[in-house]
Design a protein around this ligand. Structure first.
Ligand SMILES: *[C@@H]1O[C@H](CO)[C@@H](O)[C@H](O)[C@H]1NC(C)=O
Ligand SMILES: *[C@@H]1O[C@H](CO)[C@@H](O)[C@H](O)[C@H]1NC(C)=O
Ligand SMILES: *[C@@H]1O[C@H](CO)[C@@H](O)[C@H](O)[C@H]1NC(C)=O
Ligand SMILES: *[C@@H]1O[C@H](CO)[C@@H](O)[C@H](O)[C@H]1NC(C)=O
Ligand SMILES: *[C@@H]1O[C@H](CO)[C@@H](O)[C@H](O)[C@H]1NC(C)=O
Length: 951
């Protein structure tokens, strides 16, 4: 049984393009073999797949995710694996030309057709098409395709060891490395995880390990394979499209003029040949109503190489606009383009798209903005359809080490969790893959913006010509493939290169710094930027995530974007770029004065353990201890030195950071049952993680109304690749950690947040709103002790304050110092702040106002020091409505946590919340997947902070 079988239906691209005189043979599915001659192994294979998955399905190996198999399975990565098809049936008798079409090969291959070598490949991210007409003509009998996949760690090491690989640039105008500079990079610059030299190869960079994942370095035909034959001289098989919808005159780095009409530019990549003067017709259909928005012939039709393109105009206000979730609806349109010649349809292709502009504004702060109280420097925020908004979300990493088993059903659950979590943007981090269309489709439907990156991260990259040519092909293919998705928000060249790699190079290899900056600009600015601009006018580009913006853009200059780097950033009171901030010294975790002040926060976080239920999927019962060797060695922060199963040094540092953080702030679990104690420890690390992110998110959101005009927070990281301690808010199988619930709460449109400076005692309470107009309301303040009794005279605090909070703004509703609050005991007190406000959601300004509520609490002591009392929680279930009711009978319940058993995936409508004594909350559990036949309901439990230490 193939566990990833369900995927295959979803993975086939939206309908094989229909065309005249073509024979398309689908080579996907069963009927392949995978073999290693060196190891004398042959097992049944399938496509799309990877060798690990087929070996697992055949029972040759255990679950790759079990125990320490990450380290044990290096032998798979160190060998070649050959995929061979069964004899191909259904070939046409009168074909003129035949091709093999590979939508993705991971990574180094030698391909044979009917025993004849036809090609080699070396890039996981490219689509390849090969003319096999001659090989087919020479073939006796039914042909087979065989693809020999090389060992990526071995090939990467060979390239790195080749003295010419770095400096073999043929371009004599480029500075060469000094003769004393080794072919390797200057020491200490490249981010190395489990396997070295990933930067030399165009493969998912985290396949060689990362600080949250394993290093399997899988290989295989990871995307669909077809054999295409044309039976006429003139035929076109569509292999890709570049559909671009933008406002007339729009250019990537300049704010689009919303009054301009839309330009629809449709470009189609094909194999085959077209007549010189084909015509293109287009139909744009509103998917919801079925109404045709436009149906006509395209203008300016041109065939250039293997692409045909044309253009049309749509009136400025004719289409309905697509908005991110929380800001409006997501109307989608089918754009169907048909290539016609001599009155016949040669080929037709449909893409689902939408009308919106999305723009990354990095322009200088204007005098008018300064007059509004915005600090000088440069903007760094997104604008959708011309509107500023607050970006709320997280960073998405590969959801599995093996993409062919990532099912559409699982990704639906993930994207539903994103929307349920009040997130409107994900950063598609740059050492994964270019996401498949079905994931952009899910984001298009749900209004989730995807800041997308090219696959370069935490390293410096080669710039020899073959490498650049390879990258160029990858960039053009993916920019065109993805561009029609309205969820696409941005292209970034890479991750942490400008903000981390170059500064490290400056420090560690000052003599090479200038050369390395030149290399960086050569790849990310001179090469990639023009390729992006040539293929899309609708999407902004920046060379690397986390930057200080640019000084100027001159598309005719050899380096068309002049980066600001550190120019000006030492000027007090000036703000430029976005921020990327980690601090594993948990003693300052809640010290918001230490958080970075910038225009946007694109990464921040701290790791935590997954739940007991998730650990049980991957490790044996005897390993369920916080510091068992298996658990520790699955912690890859700091990077695993694997496959050494005796080196605990790096992993232990990460375990110690979690341990210390818990011990500093939370009651220390002390349960008799060792598994229960382990579970309580895992939970405690999640409480710390969630509280710390909450503290940072509140700080960044408040910044929307501060001089820095902060307009985004995307935390690290949305979800897990496997079962391990990581920064994730959602565990491998979809279970929410405390973090995802807490982020959901604090990403609501209007929030009330206490800010406590524990050194000075200053306490202020802010209301922050990301609505687009002013909201009005009040906040109530209620001090009680932990048994729930009101503190006399409300400890001198006003019981209510009314406020109005402006659009994308914040307002302070209360400001005091703990010393002025009359508390009998700081360890036995909690302040409950409750907000009620009236306002309009974006694009609902003409509808009735919405009532917003938000509750938060503050204790003037850390949880471990609180005089907790047993809240005597009671849980009941209403069988009819599948809701669970929790009641705190006798004391304040902090971090009230409903837990559910393994076998079901879903989420409660709220979790990790406070309950006052006598207070009841009824909560629905949203089931996303149930393998228990409904029995999970009997396994739901409730606990709170009080229970962490009880036996
Ligand atoms: C290869 O494996 C087959 C089947 O397991 C076995 O019969 C054969 O002897 C093996 N050959 C070598 C060279 O080990
Ligand atoms: C392994 O695969 C690579 C890439 O196809 C190829 O260059 C190499 O010759 C192969 N080696 C063997 C022993 O098959
Ligand atoms: C939009 O196009 C898709 C793919 O071709 C098709 O399945 C769907 O039915 C179309 N929708 C409408 C409303 O025509
Ligand atoms: C933005 O301001 C910088 C000074 O920080 C200046 O050098 C640059 O030319 C300005 N850019 C534009 C496009 O005006
Ligand atoms: C300032 O910007 C220029 C042009 O991008 C760059 O060459 C220089 O290194 C920058 N200076 C600093 C201190 O970053």
């Amino acid at each position: 049984m193939h566990p990833w079988k369900q995927l295959l239906l979803g993975a086939i691209p939206s309908g094989l393009p229909t065309a005249l005189g073509q024979n398309v043979i689908d080579l996907n599915g069963d009927g392949w073999t995978v073999s290693s001659s060196a190891l004398n192994i042959t097992v049944p294979g399938r496509v799309p797949s990877q060798a690990h998955l087929d070996l697992f399905a055949a029972g040759v190996i255990d679950d790759p995710y079990h125990g320490l198999n990450d380290f044990n399975f290096r032998w798979i990565a160190n060998n070649n694996w050959t995929y061979t098809s069964k004899p191909i049936q259904g070939l046409s008798n009168d074909s003129k030309t035949s091709w093999l079409v590979f939508n993705g090969l991971d990574t180094f291959t030698t391909i044979q057709f009917c025993g004849e070598e036809i090609a080699t490949t070396d890039n996981q991210f490219r689509q390849y098409t090969f003319d096999i007409s001659d090989a087919l003509k020479n073939c006796k009998g039914s042909p087979t395709v065989s693809i020999n996949f090389g060992s990526c760690p071995k090939i990467a090491n060979e390239i790195a060891a080749d003295p010419n690989s770095q400096s073999k640039s043929n371009d004599s105008s480029r500075p060469r490395k000094k003769s004393n500079s080794p072919p390797e990079w200057p020491a200490g610059i490249q981010g190395v995880f489990e396997l070295p030299n990933r930067e030399y190869i165009r493969k998912e960079q985290s396949d060689f390990g990362w600080d949250w994942g394993p290093a399997f370095s899988p290989v295989g035909p990871w995307q669909n394979v077809y054999l295409v034959q044309s039976e006429t001289e003139r035929s076109a098989y569509v292999v890709n499209t570049g559909f671009d919808i933008y406002r007339k005159g729009q250019i990537n780095h300049i704010a689009p003029d919303q009054s301009q009409p839309w330009i629809v530019n449709a470009s189609i990549d094909f194999i085959g040949s077209l007549p010189e003067q084909p015509s293109l017709s287009i139909e744009i259909k509103d998917i919801q109503s079925g109404d045709i928005l436009k149906s006509e012939s395209l203008d300016n039709v041109a065939v250039v190489g293997q692409a045909v393109s044309g253009q049309m105009t749509v009136d400025a206000d004719a289409p309905r606009l697509w908005w991110p979730t929380g800001m409006g609806s997501q109307p989608l349109y089918n754009v169907t383009v048909t290539i016609r010649s001599d009155g016949q349809d040669v080929a037709t292709v449909t893409k689902r798209t939408a009308f919106r502009t999305i723009f990354l504004n990095q322009s200088n702060i204007t005098e008018a903005q300064i007059a509004q109280g915005i600090a000088p420097g440069a903007n760094w925020h997104f604008e959708v359809n011309g509107r500023e908004f607050y970006a709320k979300g997280s960073n998405i990493i590969p959801p599995d080490a093996f993409w062919p088993r990532v099912t559409e059903a699982k990704m639906k659950r993930l994207f539903d969790a994103v929307v349920a979590g009040n997130q409107n943007m994900l950063r598609v981090w740059s050492s994964s893959i270019y996401l498949p269309d079905f994931m952009y489709d899910l984001a298009d439907e749900r209004g989730v913006l995807l800041w997308s990156e090219f696959q370069f991260s935490d390293a410096l990259y080669p710039t020899d010509q073959p490498f650049l040519d390879n990258v160029a092909a990858e960039v053009v293919y993916n920019v065109r493939r993805v561009n029609h998705h309205p969820s696409l928000a941005l292209w970034a060249g890479g991750n942490e290169i400008e903000s981390l790699e170059l500064p490290t190079a400056k420090k560690k290899a000052p003599e090479h710094y200038e050369f390395l900056v030149g290399d960086y600009e050569h790849l990310f600015i001179s090469l990639i930027l023009p390729l992006v601009y040539e293929n899309t006018r609708s999407i902004s580009y920046m060379p690397s995530s986390t930057n200080n913006g640019y000084l100027k853009v001159d598309l005719s200059a050899p380096v068309p974007m002049v980066e600001r780097y550190d120019n000006g950033t030492d000027q007090e009171g000036y703000y430029y770029g976005d921020t990327d901030y980690y601090n594993y010294d948990s003693s300052v975790a809640f010290d918001f004065e230490g958080y970075p002040v910038g225009r946007f926060a694109n990464e921040f976080g701290y790791h935590s353990m997954p739940s007991l239920q998730t650990w049980q999927q991957a490790v044996d019962e005897e390993d369920l201890h916080f510091n068992s060797s298996t658990i520790v060695l699955r912690n890859h922060h700091y990077p695993a030195s694997g496959p050494d199963t005796h080196n605990y040094k790096n992993a232990s540092m990460g375990m110690a950071e979690m341990t210390l953080a818990v011990e500093r702030y939370y009651p220390i679990p002390n349960k008799d049952d060792s598994v229960a104690n382990f579970s309580a420890w895992c939970h405690a690390t999640q409480l710390f993680q969630a509280d710390m992110y909450k503290s940072e998110i509140q700080f960044y959101r408040r910044g929307s109304g501060m001089p820095e005009r902060q307009l985004g927070s995307l935390y690290w990281q949305l979800e897990d690749i496997w079962q391990a301690p990581t920064w994730a808010g959602i565990e491998y199988d979809g279970r929410w950690k405390v973090l995802h619930y807490t982020a959901r709460d604090i990403y609501q449109p209007i929030i009330v947040s206490p800010f406590w400076n524990s050194s000075t005692g200053d306490l202020s309470v802010y209301v922050t709103s990301d609505l687009w107009e002013t909201a009005h309301g009040n906040v109530t303040f209620k001090w009680t002790d932990l048994s729930g009794k009101a503190i006399p005279d409300n400890a001198g605090t006003p019981e209510t304050k009314s406020f109005s909070v402006g659009a994308l703004n914040t307002t302070c509703v209360y400001n005091t110092n703990i010393s002025k609050i009359t508390l009998p005991s700081v360890e036995d007190a909690v302040l409950i702040v409750q907000l009620t406000a009236e306002g309009h959601l974006p694009n609902k300004e003409h509808e009735a106002a919405t009532t917003f509520t938000h509750r938060n609490q503050f204790t003037p002591a850390y949880p471990k020091d609180l005089a907790l009392k047993d809240p005597q929680l009671q849980l009941s279930r209403d069988a009819e409505s599948s809701t669970f009711t929790v009641e705190a009978k006798s004391a304040v319940s902090l971090y009230t946590w409903l837990d559910y058993p393994a076998g079901v995936v879903g989420y409660f409508e709220d979790n990790s919340f406070m309950l006052a004594p006598g207070e009841k909350r009824s909560l629905t559990f949203f089931v996303q997947k149930d393998e228990t036949g409904g029995k999970w309901v009997d396994g739901v439990t409730v606990r709170s902070l009080w229970d962490q230490t009880t036996s």
